[in-house]
Design a protein around this ligand. Structure first.
Ligand code: F6P
Length: 319
């Protein structure tokens, strides 16, 4: 293999830059030329790419976002768009492609592999919702950001004796809420994977006051429902003073943590090695502290669940 490309696509996440850097530098050690595609699949369709060398990826390991840019492309959802993108890669003589992104981006990668491009996916999303990997790049940083918010909100909730609801991201998945909620000592954690009743929540809050708790933290995954609506309900039903914070895109930014930089670097090295050794149509995941190769069809076709043991533990510890 003489020439490969790297692309970041979909929602950005901290650690994408570390992954691009590692793809480039590892590939160069094999004598492979690397091209960076700007602005996700939209850039691939527009033939917006640039040759990268070691210096092009200097001073980025510590930065959030992605220096290549990213996008969610409607055109790429069509077969015509995918064919145009594949034609552009082939016209440049690009034989292999490393795609860093979440579920939608890896699904896009799968389509390209059907059009003759050798692809390797890397799971890059704050949501941690990709099957075949214990962690996705960006999740650890996002959870630490959410935890920092919970810690701060706890101070003010405690000072006023309030119920504080914190809505976190995660799309249809509760990993961010569960992990940040458990680490932040939340009294209640609401995730889309576990049904709940607003009335039971109100009951629990009132009971906890009678047990001596002076304030409460509730972490709500965005996929479980609107924290704003639930906050209004709780306030009306219990009379407890309630406030809501939706922390939103703050969770997507910031310097990647150690864990995310290491994960990104290790997965990226393995991605290039797989291409060099002739393997493709896979995603590199991280299972039990090891890089693993999983078929891309499984990575995008199977559903990753939250860890029920963590959910149980969070409940036990919230008494
Ligand atoms: O997939 C990452 C994510 O941040 C989700 O948690 C969230 O639902 C979504 O992207 C937000 O997307 P956008 O940045 O397009 O508003």
């Amino acid at each position: 293999m003489k020439k490969i490309a790297v692309i970041t696509s979909g929602g950005d996440c901290p650690g994408m830059n570390a992954a691009i850097r590692a793809v480039v530098r590892v590939a160069l050690t094999y004598g492979i030329e690397v091209w960076g595609i700007r602005n996700g699949y939209a850039g691939m369709i527009a033939d917006d790419m640039t040759k990268l060398d070691s210096r092009s990826v200097g001073d980025i390991i510590q930065k959030g976002g992605t220096f290549l840019g990213t996008a969610r492309s409607e055109e790429f959802r069509t077969l015509k768009g995918q064919q145009k993108a594949a034609d552009n890669l082939q016209a440049h003589g690009i034989e292999g492609l490393v795609v860093i992104g979440g579920d939608g981006s890896l699904t896009g990668a799968k389509q390209l592999s059907g059009l003759g491009i050798k692809i390797i996916g890397l799971p890059g999303t704050i949501d941690n919702d990709i099957w075949g990997t214990d962690y996705t790049i960006g999740f650890d940083t996002a959870v630490n950001t959410a935890l920092d918010a919970i810690n701060k909100l706890r101070d003010t909730a405690s000072a006023h004796g309030r119920v504080m609801l914190v809505e976190v991201m995660g799309r249809a998945c509760g990993w961010i809420a569960l992990t940040a909620g458990l680490a932040g000592g939340a009294e209640i954690i609401l995730v889309p994977e576990q049904p709940f009743s607003s009335d039971n929540i109100c009951k629990k809050l009132v009971e906890s006051r009678s047990k001596g708790k002076k304030y409460s933290i509730i972490v709500v995954a965005e996929g479980a429902g609107s924290a704003m609506e639930l906050g209004k309900y709780i306030s009306a039903k219990t009379g407890l003073e309630t406030r809501v914070s939706v922390i939103g895109h703050i969770q997507r930014g910031g310097a990647p943590t150690v864990a995310d930089r290491l994960l990104a670097s290790r997965l990226a090295e393995r991605a290039v090695r797989a291409l060099v050794e002739g393997r493709s149509d896979i995603m590199i995941g991280y299972k039990n502290n090891q890089c693993v190769e999983v078929p891309i069809t499984d990575a995008v076709g199977k559903k990753k669940d939250i860890d029920p043991e963590l959910y149980r533990l969070a409940d036990v510890l919230s008494q």
